[in-house]
Write a protein that binds this ligand. Structure first.
Ligand code: UT7
Length: 345
């Protein structure tokens, strides 16, 4: 082992385990709708090309949920896979957190609909809105409930049906997004492996960079708001890009600093899958090697709150790391919001 990769302290868990209690991720699962929408198909919808999308974003295709398949359906399927891996039955779940910007409806929460669909009768349930950062926010909240001994078993889901809020006439945004869901089961374990730290951040002064202007109390749905296309997401791509690189870098560095780790000790970095160029820029500035970075945006595009959850599941099933390895998740989204988490797998 080189000096650079030597842990700075003997037991990285020691600082994070509270009275012998660690928060472990015991199950992970994801679900992607079967319909694949390729860049070539998009060429027929808007003035774009496979070449532009691939070179500017790294995305080749994305998944689109069926008309009668809602965010709660995607979320429930991902959750059931995570529960299966954890060996946990639905009635053992204490809390369900669904991170999403595309809930089935404004209320009741998608988490309540998931609770009913999977049969988690005793679970409390709520939605969390932190856009593409929602899954990391969910991990941190889940961890707090477990550390405080309020709950033992928390299901955190990131799920989106972004195809319903994408403006299919706007080439600046419609090529970027896709549908899907990812989930984890978090449980308390005595002196075990698990979540070491989670960092969350926000900057509401840049809220207009990425937003869906109508549908809330500021601009309720009217015939005018619909015809002005205000119920679709809008983004200032260039500014969002710059902010994403800086915020993801800062969040990742803060998470590593809190754990007294260097990037060379991290086996796998799982970044928010928004744009290949953002991931490369963050990876380079962090000092990560290309094979430390996990990528799947070529197949799914940006699935917002589901993005790192799906990637985590795929990284686990493809054997990208094994028990005991350290992994770093890092996210960025509308709000603006950002976050990072270090997990000892
Ligand atoms: O999940 C939340 C976080 N999301 C992000 O972080 C996304 C951040 N932003 C981005 O990923 C990039 O800014 C985009 C992929 C959205 C855009 O890439 P860019 O390199 O910043 O392109 P641009 O916006 O500067 O546009 C360059 C040109 C423009 O044409 P002109 O004005 O130079 O003639 C655009 O109109 O590319 C044009 N363009 C397209 N051309 C073909 C924009 N979208 C397309 C398109 N196909 N789909």
């Amino acid at each position: 082992m080189s000096t650079a990769s030597k842990p700075k302290f003997k037991n990285p868990r020691a600082r994070f385990n509270f009275q012998g209690r660690t928060v472990s991720i015991t199950g992970v699962g994801s679900y992607l709708p079967s319909r694949v929408l390729t860049n070539h198909e998009l060429e027929k919808l808007v003035d774009t090309s496979d070449d532009w999308i691939t070179s500017r974003t790294g995305i080749k295709e994305r998944r689109i949920a069926a008309k009668d398949e809602f965010t709660s359906d995607l979320a429930s399927k991902a959750a059931q896979r995570a529960l299966k891996m954890a060996g946990v039955s639905a009635d053992q779940i204490d809390l369900i957190i669904v991170a999403t910007i595309t809930p089935d409806m404004p209320f009741p929460s998608t988490a309540c609909l998931v609770q009913q669909k999977i049969g988690a009768k005793k679970a409390a349930a709520f939605d969390l809105e932190a856009a593409c950062s929602g899954f990391i926010y969910g991990l941190e909240i889940g961890q707090q409930f477990i550390m405080s001994r309020t709950y033992d078993t928390v299901l955190v889901i990131g799920a989106e049906k972004l195809s319903t809020i994408v403006d299919w006439k706007d080439r600046n945004t419609c090529v970027l997004f896709g549908d899907g869901a990812g989930a984890v089961v978090m449980q308390s374990r005595p002196n075990s492996h698990g979540l070491l730290t989670a960092v969350m951040g926000a900057d509401g002064s840049k809220a207009t960079l990425l937003e869906m202007p109508a549908g809330g109390s500021r601009c309720p749905a009217t015939a005018e708001s619909v015809s002005a296309r205000l119920h679709y997401l809008r983004m200032d791509g260039k500014e969002t890009f710059k902010n994403a690189v800086q915020a993801m870098l800062t969040a990742a560095q803060e998470a590593l600093r809190r754990c007294e780790l260097t990037i060379s000790q991290i086996k796998c970095v799982i970044p928010h899958q928004a744009n290949r160029r953002i991931i490369d820029a963050v990876g380079e500035r962090l000092g990560a090697t290309p094979d430390q970075l996990f990528l799947n945006l070529d197949r799914y595009g940006n699935t917002s709150a589901a993005s790192v959850a799906i990637a985590l599941d795929e990284a686990v099933s493809s054997g990208k790391f094994s028990r005991g390895d350290l992994i770093l998740l890092v996210v960025f989204g509308a709000g603006l919001t950002w976050g990072a988490a270090v997990i000892e797998w």
